[in-house]
Design a binder for this molecule. Structure first.
Ligand code: ATP
Length: 314
């Protein structure tokens, strides 16, 4: 025997079967595309309706979801600008590629798209059947807002125009990629919110500097990802301590451990730190991402990449 689907109202659209045997109702529900929260709410509603039926003593709900093929997204965000989010995104992507992953990067920073500079490429993407084909650089693929507009113009964009362009980037031809890093615009406003809702990242990385102010901003980023139910893979502390250009030694003129403590207080994993380093900045500005080379910076990014991947696939 089965329950009459109409008792479930609009939720019946997701109901695939509703059997009733000896007072036990078994509901099979199609949950593709729903967030954890939406699934839980749907399950609660269905359960309540079924339990209210006279012959039902127990309800079992089975959720099924067809896994969408394609890359998994990792959003890299920061509460404010200038903390090194783009630098970290680019080098994480390259370090992951060097660990054998097929990686793409979406530069969604409408206020200052810097990935073409960081990756040293001025190539423009071609379009095939209205779909953008990402360009290749340092073993990864890239689509950037910066490739769609001339420098300095992105800033003037308003809501719908910006989100139209961002949709084009997200819907580019990423079919052969396993992982897509998305370099979000700095901050925690509406642009970030709608991009996260649209692209549904599998996880998020937050970049912060050790200064108190930036950590308050990191808290905002944490709140944004919690609100959108994106699992936070962890916090990366950037510009932590000062690396002497002569001897390579790192000192902590402003004290150390702030971000680690903040991560603990925010209840997010601490993924590691990168020192303030003149050579890192020079190489980045010149389009030579340190993660693509050898040396301490490459090793640091490799460790961060491993930490992120370990959280993504525990
Ligand atoms: N660890 C570091 N040591 C030295 N300089 C760094 C470090 N990380 C980033 N920078 C430099 O800081 C500047 C800002 O970095 P980046 O553009 O990556 O930050 P962002 O958070 O993405 O900024 P925006 O919000 O403006 O996009 C760049 O000049 C970059 O080279």
């Amino acid at each position: 025997m089965s329950l009459d689907p109409s008792i479930f109202g609009p939720a019946r659209e997701r109901l695939r079967s509703s059997r009733l045997v000896d007072g036990v109702a078994t509901l099979v529900v199609e949950a593709t595309g729903l967030s954890e929260g939406e699934r839980a709410a749907l399950e609660k509603d269905l359960r309540a309706v079924a339990l209210a039926q006279p012959d039902v003593h127990e309800v079992r709900v089975a959720m099924t979801a067809s896994r969408k093929a394609g890359p998994r997204l990792i959003a890299v965000g920061s509460g404010k600008g200038g903390v090194g989010k783009s630098t970290v995104s680019a080098n994480l992507a390259i370090a992951m590629a060097r660990l054998g992953r097929k990686v793409g990067i979406i530069d969604a920073d409408i206020y200052g798209p810097s990935q073409p500079t960081l990756l040293g490429t001025s190539e423009r993407p071609e379009a095939k059947d209205k779909q953008l084909i990402p360009v290749e650089a340092h073993g990864i693929r890239l689509l950037s807002v910066g490739q769609l507009v001339s420098p300095g113009h992105a800033l003037a964009w308003r809501g719908p125009m910006a989100s139209g362009a961002l949709t084009q980037l997200v819907e580019g031809d990423w079919s052969d990629r396993e992982i897509l890093i998305i370099d979000l615009p700095p901050g925690t406003g509406d642009v970030q919110l709608s991009l996260i809702q649209k692209s549904r990242p599998a996880g998020a990385v937050i970049v912060s500097t050790p200064q108190d102010l930036a950590l308050i901003d990191a808290r905002r980023a944490v709140d944004l990802f919690r609100k959108t139910e994106v699992p936070i893979l962890g916090l990366i502390e950037n510009m932590a301590g000062y690396q002497c250009p002569n001897c390579g030694e790192t000192s902590d003129p402003f004290g150390s451990g702030g971000a680690e403590a903040a991560a603990a207080a925010l209840d997010v994993p601490f993924l590691g730190r990168l020192p303030l380093s003149a050579s890192l900045r020079e190489a980045s500005d010149a389009g030579r991402p340190p993660a693509a080379g050898e040396g301490p910076a490459a090793a640091a990014f490799r460790m961060l990449a491993e930490a992120v991947l370990a959280r993504l696939d525990p």
